[in-house]
Every structure is written in C-alpha cells, then in structure tokens.
Design a protein around this ligand. Structure first.
Ligand code: 16G
Ligand code: MG
Length: 545
C-alpha cells in the first residue's frame, strides 16, 4: 500500500531515539521538547486513522500546559470535543514507542483491530501553544496526517479549549457554533453581554478584573477577545508573554501550589484577580484583603458559585432539572459539606483527570465538574437544554420566567461544554458575580476551606499502590490503608489519601484537618507510612517546619 511506503520513508526524518519510551499519560504525551519529533509525526498518523475510524474530524493540540517552557507534549481530541477514547490512548503509546522497523506493523495491527476502512477521508484540526518548540512539532503532526492521506487544518496559536471547541463545532450537525476563532469569540461575548445586561448599575470598578496570562497563549487570545466584549469587562492583563517566561513564577498552577500571587501582578486590596495556565484550560481566582492577606478561590469555589446560581435560576424558572457537582478526592472537605448540606446538591467523586470528571458529569441533567486545581466546566444534557430553550420560546410563560429562561440559555451559550476553558470560565464567573451583585469577598465567604497539605513521596515503583473509591482508599500494599485510617483518627475533621501520580513518577499524599499544624502533621505521618510500606526511595520524609 502506497501509504505505508510513504510512512516508512517519512518516518526516517523523525527517528525515535533508541531506548526512549513515553506513555500517553493522564493528559496526553508530555516530556522534554527535544524528545518529541517522532511522537508528533506518529500521532499525526494515528489521528488520521482515528478520523477514518470515526468518520469525523479529530483534534491534535501541541502543548505541555503548565509544565516548564522546555517541555512539550500533545493531546488528541475526539469528535465531540472530548479526550480521546481510552483504547486509542493505548494505541498512541504503542505507536509512539515502536522501534523504527516495527512502525508499519503496529500501524497495520491498529487498522486491523479497529477494522478501519482506509479509503475513508481523514480530517485533523491542529493547534499549538506559544512554546518555541511548538511550531516545528505541529509541522511533524501535519506531516503524519498527510502521510496517511489525511487533510489537516492548522489553527496555529490557539488555547487548548479553543481547539476542543473547533472540533465539537465541526462534528455537530445542530450548530454548536462556528469552527473559527471569530465564531468562538462572537458566541461567548454575545452570551456574556446578554447576561451582564441583567446586572444593573455596574460600576467600572466592578467591571475591572486583573488577569495573569501565565505568559502563554491565553494572554494572546484574551487580547483578541477583548474587542468583542464591548467594555463590559475591563481587563488589566499581566504576564502577557511580551517579556516573561511561560509559567515561570506565574500561572494558575503556580498560584494554586504556592498559595500566593504570581509575580508581576500589581494587586490593590480587594481587587478581583485570576490566573490562567499555559494553555488556558485552567483558571484560579484570588484577592488580597485589606490586611494584605492572600485569599485563593479554587475550582471548588467556582463549582459552588456556578451550581448555586444555576440551581436558583432553575427554581425561578420553574424547571425541574437536577444539578450535580462532580469533584475529585482533592476537593476541600468544606466545599463538599457546603454543597451537600447547605445547597442540597448531589455531589459525586470521580478519579483525578478531566476525562473521568467529564464522563461522570454526563450522567446528569446538568453536571458541574471542577478539579480543585481549576479545570472544569458545565455539561447540559440534550433534554435539559431543550427544556430551557423551549421555555424561552414559550409565549404563555409569564415574563419573569421567560427572563430567567433567557438567562439560563445565555449561560449555556457562554460555557464551553467541550472542555474546561479559562476564557469561558472567567466570563461565566464574572457574569454570575455581576448578576448576583456579589463581591469576591462575599463569594469567598460562602464557606472556609479546611487547612490542607499536599506532599510527594518518591518510591521505587508507584504501581504498588492501587486505589479504589475514586482514589480515596488504597487497596494495596496490604495494611497501608489501615495505617492511614489510624492516623486520620488522631486529628479533628481530618481526611487523608494517597494515590500514584498519573503524570510524575511519585506518590501523592493529601491531608486536611481543622488546623494547618494538624494538616501538616497528618500529611507528614501519612508520607512516612507510604515511604515505609510502599517502597520509598531516597531520604525518609521529614516533619514540616
Ligand atoms: C493532568 C490532568 C489534570 C489532573 C492532573 C493530575 C487533564 C487534562 N489534565 O494534568 O486534570 O489534575 O493530571 O496529575 O486531564 P497527577 O496524576 O500527577 O496528580
Ligand atoms: Mg492546562
């Protein structure tokens, strides 16, 4: 077959460094940029096959998100804008790690296993972040696609969720949106302006938001979108990439992990601020109070504000639709308690990683999902969306219900249902705060986070730890969970869990308790248990000072 001859020839231009093995991890391939040429080319081949297999457009985003600028990576996007199906993650790993001579054999095996009709056309959308390595790496993906006779559309610099959006638009018949940047900005801005019309007497101060663009692609795209927002949002953009280094001392991950403001941001007391990550699929809010104390509003707080607002609007509209919140084990215990006990919404716990939360959220009329680290969105079932849009059209509905239904419809339009999206989430939070007339301090005061601590433990093989119950309990090694349970009992309002990381060769430990000292001490004790019972390497963990 001509395609395979081409593959053999072309792949020589993208040789695999011998002995190198990279897995398709929780969020795709990710490693040092200089090790990725062959991975990119081969994923291009695979994306074309996935396109033929699904008779749809597939996406490939070249990014390493919040990793340092020297790294890179990629992520495949399935037809509905979601993460690629698990079986194809396995193929991606097999293909990326095949030795040069075995490449065509592995390709043929995938084609056979999935019964792919090679005469089908293939279409792949490609995007990239601002890393210096991204442009040439995305060319390698395009080369791979064309080797398989596929057609690529290169969107160039886009945020990860923008590319998810493009893929979803292209593959939906009922018009999710137009698969262009202009289409994306127009859809979101129109919905934002519709919503903020309902916020009366907003002052310029209330419209002002300080944004840390992580020196990444999100900053560029926010600049592009600003013109569409017609001054309804007044952005002061910092870390816009003009001088600083990507993700360096800034960005959502930095702010969340270090619990402090990014560098280069000039925050006045009480001013509302947010940070994007390097590919703009995560967002974190924060402010300094008048005493100069830093306050972080994470994914849990966003899920709370969003689900609370949706629930109230549904009640006002007289619509009987279930709102559920999907969290992970990392969700602060206070948020779970507030959602369940005060707001009376259904709360589910999913395994870490967007694809798990996304899948869980799909089971509800309205599924709000957020990881504490700031990645999240809202999914509306077809029926829920239909009911809301019907009420908007319903001429007999009294005016107030209709007004509320319109608010809900605009909320749907504002949300990027394909993926967590810094730009879309930011506009949603801004609109909800505006409509509620709520300050960031009032939002923050809904509940108080329990003090918590995260630690890492180095072990010889992190796979010795197997977990259950959405990663909240360890099944192996035998006895480890009993130790954790006994330690947790020593502290008040305490909770702890251990899980192997999906992105680094370490075990993660999480602990929370009624005081910071308690959380720190529990996290340390659990780390020590992991070190001793799960084959720790290097130095034994030490108590936190
Ligand atoms: C990936 C996931 C993120 C998760 C993180 C956990 C996606 C798009 N990203 O970055 O959601 O929080 O991994 O990392 O799924 P860990 O397994 O090392 O703790
Ligand atoms: Mg990201």
């Amino acid at each position: 077959m001509a395609a395979f001859e081409k593959v053999s020839l072309k792949s020589a231009q993208y040789p695999k460094p011998s002995g190198l093995s990279v897995p398709y991890g929780t969020a795709g391939f990710r490693t040092t940029a200089t090790h990725l040429d062959h991975v990119m080319f081969r994923t291009g081949l695979l994306a074309a096959l996935r396109s033929k297999n699904t008779k749809s457009t597939i996406g490939v985003m070249v990014t390493a998100s919040h990793n340092p600028v020297e790294d890179n990576g990629l992520k495949m996007i399935d037809p509905m804008g979601e993460m690629v199906a698990p079986a194809w993650e396995v193929y991606a790993t097999q293909l990326a790690n095949a030795e040069q001579e075995a490449l065509c054999t592995v390709l043929k095996e995938i084609i056979e296993k999935e019964a792919i009709n090679m005469s089908e056309p293939a279409s792949v959308f490609i995007g990239r972040d601002t890393r210096p390595s991204s442009e040439s790496l995305s060319k390698a993906v395009i080369d791979g696609v064309s080797c398989m006779g596929g057609h690529s559309q290169d969107y160039g610099l886009v945020t990860t969720p923008q590319l998810h959006f493009m893929v979803l638009c292209r593959n939906t018949k009922d018009g999710y949106g137009t698969a262009t940047l202009h289409g994306y900005y127009e859809k979101l801005s129109k919905a934002f302006i519709e919503l903020t019309k309902n916020a009366l007497n907003r002052t310029d101060d209330q419209k002002r938001l300080l944004v840390d663009g992580a020196n990444g692609v999100g900053a560029l795209k926010l600049r592009e979108m600003e013109a569409f927002l017609k001054h309804e949002l007044q952005v002061a953009l910092f870390n816009d990439g003009s001088s600083g280094k990507l993700n360096h001392l800034c960005g959502a991950d930095y702010v969340k992990v270090h619990q402090k403001a990014p560098q280069g941001m000039h925050m006045g007391p009480g001013e509302r601020c947010c940070s994007f990550d390097g590919d703009a699929d995560r967002i974190i809010y924060y402010y300094n109070d008048s005493a100069g104390r830093f306050h972080l509003l994470d994914g849990d707080k966003m899920a709370t504000l969003i689900s609370m607002s949706l629930k109230e609007l549904l009640t006002q509209a007289g619509l009987n639709l279930q709102v559920a919140v999907v969290q992970t084990a990392y969700a602060n215990g206070s948020s779970t308690r507030y959602l369940e006990d005060v707001m009376k919404v259904t709360v589910c716990c999913a395994k870490t990683g967007v694809k798990h939360l996304h899948r869980t959220a799909q089971a509800f009329d309205i599924g709000v999902y957020f990881e504490a680290n700031g990645h999240g969105t809202v999914l509306f079932s077809k029926e829920a969306e239909e009911k809301i849009r019907q009420l908007v059209k319903h001429t007999n509905a009294n005016d107030e219900k209709k007004r509320v239904a319109k608010l809900l419809a605009s909320t749907i339009d504002l949300i990027n249902q394909a993926a967590g999206d810094s730009l879309s989430d930011m506009l949603l939070i801004e609109a909800l705060l505006a409509i509620r007339g709520m300050s960031i301090q009032e939002w923050d005061a809904l509940y108080t986070d329990l003090p918590n601590r995260q630690l890492k433990v180095k072990v010889a093989d992190r796979r010795v730890i197997d977990t259950t119950d959405a990663e909240r309990r360890a099944v192996t090694p035998a006895g480890l969970q009993d130790t954790v349970d006994a330690l947790v009992k020593k502290y008040k309002q305490a909770r702890a869990f251990v899980r192997p990381s999906g992105t680094e060769n370490i075990v993660r430990v999480y602990a929370e308790a009624d005081t910071q000292e308690g959380a720190d001490s529990l996290a340390y004790e659990v780390s020590l248990a992991v070190y001793r019972q799960a084959g720790g390497t290097g130095e034994e963990p030490k108590p936190l000072k």
